[in-house]
Design a protein around this ligand. Sequence first.
Ligand code: SF4
Length: 472
Amino acid sequence: MSAPVELRPENLRALVHERIGNATLRGNIMRATRTSLDKRLHAIDDYEDWEAMRDAAHGIKRLVLDNLAHYLETFERNATARGTRVVYARDGAEACAIIVDIIHRAGGRVAVKAKSMTSEEIGLGHALAREGIEPIETDLGEYIVQLAGEMPSHITAPALHKSREEIGRLFAEHLGIAYTSDPETLTAVARRVLREKFLHADVGISGVNAAVADTGAIAIVENEGNARMSTTLPRVHIALMGFEKLVPDMRSLTHIVNILARSATGQRISCYTNIIAGPRKADELDGPEELVVVVMDNGRARFLDDARLREALLCIRCGACMNTCPVYQTVGGHGYGSIYAGPIGSVITPVLQGMERAKAMPYASSLCGACSDICPVKIDLHHMLLWQRHRAVEGKLGHWFERLAMRGFLAAMRSPFLYRFAAKAASMFAPLFHKGDGTTRLPLWSRSRDFRMPAEPSFRDQWKERTHERKG
Ligand code: SF4
């Protein structure tokens, strides 16, 4: 058996081939995404004018984007006044170093983590492990993929690609229990194991769904209560966020939380909405002694320089664009090789990790536009994907043969003479490659798609004949 392809964006083609033949995986992904889409439809039914909700969410996020420095300063000032320490990190390495330093100074050995895509983005778990700090994922989906040694395959449902039978086998192997595929039993086992970890953890690490500028509070939405445990039981809470997570005020937060829950999990509201405004006060019973919010750039500022990609920073990480994407539904998150998969992943990864590494990602789309239609903050995803393709072409990153073919195509489309010549040549030579079913076997092209035999007589000849008849 050949070794599995490494999950890297530059391996996208090989990863897709590897996954496309796995019927079980495709079944798991299709079932999960369809269920999410059905639940979302039901949840947005409450609103007669869902479009107005989307417009308002777009407006809130756009306001922050256009006044970023103001809202960042306001957040820092108000958070600091409440006893929160706000620190800035230029990139993932710096964010990891800051977090490791905080944990070392707190004498910590075990860190419980609530789900955070930002921490996955910078490989925080590995960075902690290298420093002798045990990172424990406490979201059930994240815990499953951590046990499996995998990366999450979806922004909101990290283990979406796994069936309950696979999870049952995983738990039996790693947790020493008898095999069962009963979800309730498996959840109870995870809860028992994780509860012990919560009680002994020195530090809790979380992401941030929104940071409220005018109060200096952070909001974390979840369904399992693990984020609340991670952020209240340990002595130190570290929250990691990209600077795009800011919202102006509590009213805006209400709107974002509302639209996020409906789009992500098809709920009217998440089971827990944690609003954390500083560390524990003298008269409070629970909460951490120290709260540090790490605000990270890690390539986000590059979006600000490109007017066509800027609005990718509006993303609230609901995952709806993945659920509705026919490519994601077929290959799942691991097929992209990036922690951010699906349409939004294909837009942001080439910026965050560089176009050279992720040049194939913008092509992992049918450009059907379903992603733009579903996005609750109205990000024009499919046009951004087209723009990313343009950037890849401009950067001359495609295969030389493809570039040569495209140049030939362009020349033919610009010159009626060349076009006629090429059409004639295609009619003459196509029979040499005819497969007998109306399609041709063209080198490279036919590996993954059909190429129809040229029509005989051609449209051009038919047109000429008809206009000739009419004149006659
Ligand atoms: S791009 Fe839109 S639909 Fe996709 S995850 Fe972000 S907010 Fe959700």
